[in-house]
Design a binder for this molecule. Sequence first.
Ligand SMILES: [Fe+2]
Ligand SMILES: [Fe+2]
Length: 361
Amino acid sequence: MAEIDRRILVVDDEPVIRKLLARILERADFSVVVAEDGLDGLEKLRTDASIRLIVSDLRMPKCGGLEFVRRAIGEFKRDFEFILLTGDGDKSDAIEALRLGVREFLDKPVERADLEAAVFKAQERLLEHDREHERVRKLEIENFSKSQTLDEINRKLGGAEEELIDRLSLISQYRDIETAEHCVRVGLYSQLLADMAGLDANTQRTIRLAGILHDIGKVGVPDDVLLKEGSLTDCEFEVMQRHTEIGYSMLNSSHNPVLQQAAVIARHHHEKWTGNGYCTGLVGEDIPIIARIVSIADVYDALRSSRRYKPPFGHDAAVSIITKGDGRTAPDMFDPTLLGLFAEHHHRFENIFDSMPDQLV
Ligand SMILES: [Fe+2]
Ligand SMILES: [Fe+2]
């Protein structure tokens, strides 16, 4: 038994009873501190932080047992075990004491065996409290270190994901499909639109990364179509359209959530709101929103960029083509809500384009 659990406070205003109680407890190997009433008891608790076991009379002058219990619980952040000595007519006080958490009551006059049994039981409850505190403390430490490890893993995985996508997008550049800047800018416009559309932060991050890979399927398009100068024949255009399905099948089998979203974007970024896009011909809200977002981002950046079949347009011309149409691009291709956001905040798209110009090779 630890020293701390052998300390016991005896509070009683009658010196004879006090002495008697102290003697019984000392014989039971307790280290006894005595107090002559509740106020004196509180003082003893202040000066000795190791006292948690208390035997107290209920009826005392100045500060009675009930008030003593109430003040002790209120003042000290300690687990106490009280044993209250009750006489006839103390029933209502005993009920109030029960409400305060007192578990042991002894009828006066106190029998030695009853006192010993009550004190041992109280002592066992204190030890159980301690064991419970220890269990909770260990669990908290365990949970804390687990959450630290999870944070660490998530940070590392987040970094690995970004690097993976970066590396994958290099494939496009080796085959002269798109510039790295185009891919990254499409991711950034997409994140901006996702934010403006009210999508959550996680989706915004996903679309920024996944958007980079929107044209990854072009690696499966033969050179004579992919690198052809000038416009494509109908048949060549059909071959070119296959980049959506190729990109989808490249990425779709991944268990990584960002690559799964990238697969959806690769497949649907050429769908049109009116339903006459490719490769599935989905209409309106049936087109996944991430693909509707990337569609506007991709068209804006393609218009601003130099392509084999066209010179780059300035910002105002690109905005006008998207919002008013030019015979090839029409506003009804796009999700009207997203188009409205683009029209309202087009300068933020321009800022992204200006902040990351294509590198001259
Ligand atoms: Fe594409
Ligand atoms: Fe693109």
